[in-house]
Design a protein around this ligand. Structure first.
Ligand code: UD1
Ligand code: CA
Length: 425
C-alpha cells in the first residue's frame, strides 16, 4: 500500500467564482472527489493527503465528510508545488514506501491509468517516475527534457523555457510516483531561482538525477485524462468528455441510448442491459437502474434513485431519493421524492409527492405499497403511507395514511347543471 498527495491549495482565479476551484462539480461530484475516487479505486493507496490553502475550511469540510482515508494539510502561503508537497513531511517522517502525487483539478484521470502508472514505477524499480503526454499544443505545460540516452533529464516550465525548449511537445502531466525515503530530502533543498519565484516540484527530477537515482517517464495513452480545469469553459468540456465516456460504457453493456447527444448520465449511475434511455434525459448523482426499464424522453433522475426491473419513468418525470420496485410506471408529469414505491404500481399523470414542508423545512417520506393505483393529478402529502392495493381517485389530496385495498377520493362530487349555459347567455 502506498500514500497519495493531492495538490489543491491553488486559487483557481479563472473560475471567477466564490467557490474553491476543486469543489466545482461535474454531475454533483466535486472535481477533487473524482481524483480521490480514482486514487481510491486503484486499491493501492491506504492514506491520502490533500494539500489545502485557498478556502481551506470548505475543502477540508468536503474531504472530512466524504473520504475516510483522506486528511487535509494546510499550506499557507502557497509558495509553489514543491512547497505544497513538503507540507506532508511531518506526517511521513518515517515512511519508507512510495508516494503518488496528483492535482485536485484533473477529474478525468482514471484508476486504470493510475494503476498502470504505479505498476510501471514498481516494475522498473524506479525511484521517481513522471507521467508525460504528447501534446500538439504544449503551451503552458512544463516540458520534458530528455538526455542523449532518451532518459528524463529535467522539466522546464513554460515561463523558464527557451524558444527551443518551448518546441518540445512532450509535457509534464503533473502526476508523479516516488520512493519517499529516497526523495524526501529534496524538498528541503528546492530553490526559488526561477521565473515565478516558486518552489517547483519539478526540480526534484534534476535533484534525483544528480544523485544517480533511477528516474523514469511513463507516457499517458489518452491525453484527455489529464485535462485540467481552470475555467468554466473547461468545466463544461470535461463534463462532456466524461458523459461521452459513461454513455459509451453503457452502450457497450447493452443499454439502449437513443440519442447520446442529449443524454446526460453521471458516472455513478449503474444501468442494466436492455433498458432504454430516450432523448433529453438528465441522470445525476448515484443511481441504480435495473433491466428493461424505459426512461424519458425528458426525464430527470436526481440521485439516490433505485429502479428495479421494467420500471417506466416517462416524460417530464423527476425522481429523487426514491426506490421503485419492478413493473411500476410513472409515465407523465410527475415528481417523486423521498419515496418508497412498491411493485406493479401505477402513478397517474401529474402526481406529486409533497415531501417538503417549507415552514418547518422538514422533508418527509411517502410510502406506496405494491399494486397501488394513484389517480392523475394527486398530491401525496408526506409523511404518508398508501397501503397495498389502495386506489387514489384522480385529484386526490392525500394527507392521511390509506388502508390496503381502499378507495380514497377527495374531490368534490361532479355536479351537472342542465342547460345552465343557455340560461345564462
Ligand atoms: C504544474 C507543473 C508543470 C505541469 C503542470 C501540469 C510545477 C512547477 N509545474 O504547472 O510542469 O506541466 O503542473 O498541470 O509543478 N498548488 C498548490 N500549492 C501551491 C501551488 C500549486 O497546492 O503552492 C496546486 C494547485 O492548486 C494545482 C497544482 O498544484 O492543483 C498545480 O499548480 P499550478 O500552479 O496549476 O501548476 P502549473 O503552473 O500548471
Ligand atoms: Ca503555476
Amino acid at each position: 500500500m502506498i500514500k497519495s498527495i493531492i495538490l489543491a491549495a491553488g486559487k483557481g482565479t479563472r473560475m471567477k467564482s466564490d467557490m474553491p476551484k476543486v469543489l466545482h462539480s461535474i454531475f454533483d461530484k466535486a472535481l477533487l472527489g473524482y481524483v480521490l475516487d480514482a486514487v481510491k479505486n486503484t486499491e493501492l493507496c491506504d492514506e491520502n493527503f490533500v494539500i489545502v490553502g485557498h478556502q481551506a475550511e470548505k475543502v477540508t469540510e468536503y474531504v472530512m465528510n466524504n473520504y475516510e482515508n483522506a486528511k487535509t494539510v494546510l499550506q499557507t502561503p502557497q509558495l509553489g508545488t514543491g512547497h505544497a508537497v513538503s507540507m506532508v513531511r511531518p506526517y511521513l517522517e518515517n515512511y519508507k514506501g512510495n508516494v503518488i502525487i496528483l492535482c485536485g483539478d484533473t477529474p478525468l484521470i482514471t484508476s486504470e491509468t493510475l494503476k498502470e502508472f504505479i505498476n510501471a514505477h514498481n516494475d522498473s524499480n524506479s525511484d521517481l517516475t513522471v507521467m508525460s503526454a504528447i501534446f500538439e499544443n504544449p503551451t503552458n505545460y512544463g516540458r520534458i527534457k530528455r538526455n542523449s540516452e532518451n532518459k528524463l533529464h529535467s522539466i522546464v516550465e513554460e515561463k523558464d523555457a527557451s524558444q527551443e525548449e518551448k518546441a518540445i511537445k512532450e509535457i509534464n502531466a503533473g502526476i508523479y510516483c516516488l520512493n519517499w525515503d529516497k526523495i524526501k530530502s529534496a524538498f528541503s533543498e528546492l530553490k526559488t531561482n526561477n521565473a515565478q519565484g516558486e518552489y517547483y516540484l519539478t526540480d526534484i527530477i534534476k535533484w534525483a538525477n544528480e544523485r544517480k537515482l533511477n528516474v523514469n517517464v511513463y507516457t499517458l495513452k489518452n491525453n484527455e485524462e489529464i485535462f485540467g480545469i481552470n475555467s468554466k469553459l473547461h468545466l463544461a468540456e470535461a463534463n462532456k468528455i466524461l458523459n461521452a465516456r459513461v454513455i459509451k460504457k453503457h452502450l457497450e453493456n447493452g443499454v439502449t441510448i437513443i440519442d447520446p447527444n442529449t443524454t446526460w448520465i453521471s458516472p455513478d449511475t449503474e444501468i442494466d442491459a436492455d433498458t432504454v434511455i430516450y432523448p433529453s434525459c438528465y441522470i445525476n448523482g448515484k443511481n441504480k437502474i435495473g433491466k428493461h426499464c424505459k426512461i424519458g424522453p425528458f426525464a430527470h433522475i436526481r440521485g439516490d434513485v433505485i429502479l428495479e426491473d421494467n420500471v417506466k419513468i416517462g416524460n417530464f418525470v423527476e425522481v429523487k431519493k426514491t426506490t421503485i420496485k419492478s413493473n411500476t410506471n410513472a409515465c407523465h408529469l410527475t415528481y417523486l421524492g423521498d419515496s418508497e414505491i412498491g411493485a406493479n404500481v401505477n402513478i397517474g399523470a401529474g402526481t406529486i409527492t409533497a415531501n417538503y414542508n417549507p415552514l418547518t423545512k422538514v422533508k418527509s417520506k411517502t410510502i406506496i405499497k405494491d399494486n397501488v393505483k394513484v389517480g392523475s393529478n394527486s398530491v401525496l402529502v408526506a409523511p404518508v403511507t398508501i397501503e397495498e392495493g389502495a386506489n387514489i381517485g384522480a385529484v386526490g389530496v392525500i394527507t392521511k395514511n390509506i388502508p390496503a385495498w381502499a378507495l380514497a377520493i377527495t374531490r368534490a362530487p361532479l355536479r351537472i347543471l342542465e342547460n345552465w349555459v343557455s340560461k345564462n347567455k
